[in-house]
Design a protein around this ligand. Structure first.
Ligand code: DGP
Length: 111
């Protein structure tokens, strides 16, 4: 989608610090970092949110999220993967993204 910032990042048309990419998923640092590691993992193909994603897309994004956390050294310490769906959850970019957060003690439940 031409006017989607995450589509533009996936296409390397907008700047981002990309940590991992494959044919299905792209992982890049979140601009508003909330933890020492804060990466967004998205599908290349535009999907508005988890609510509209098929199982293959969710699998590709989930596997990429685990890989990013492992490659950053957080497999043992632990990390959180979260996706916001819709306005009440605070979704601000309507392109499916998994937040991968690690590197500090993460509170529960999230705010
Ligand atoms: P959410 O609120 O769950 O929709 O998270 C959207 C996240 O996307 C938020 O943490 C900030 C981040 N973000 C928004 N625009 C950009 C951008 O242009 N580049 C990067 N790297 N992150 C962005």
């Amino acid at each position: 989608m031409a006017d989607c910032i995450f589509c533009r990042i996936a296409a390397h048309e907008a700047p981002a610090t990309i940590r991992y990419e494959d044919g299905d998923a792209v992982a890049f640092d979140d601009l508003g970092r909330r933890a020492p590691l804060h990466v967004l993992v998205i599908p290349r193909r535009h999907v508005a949110s988890l609510a509209e994603a098929d199982a293959a897309t969710i699998g590709a994004v989930g596997a990429a999220a685990a890989r990013v956390a492992r490659d950053a050294g957080y497999a043992e310490r632990g990390y959180r993967v979260v996706t916001n769906v819709g306005p009440e959850a605070g979704q601000s970019v309507p392109h499916l993204h998994f937040h991968v957060l690690a590197g500090r003690q993460l509170g529960w439940p999230p705010g």
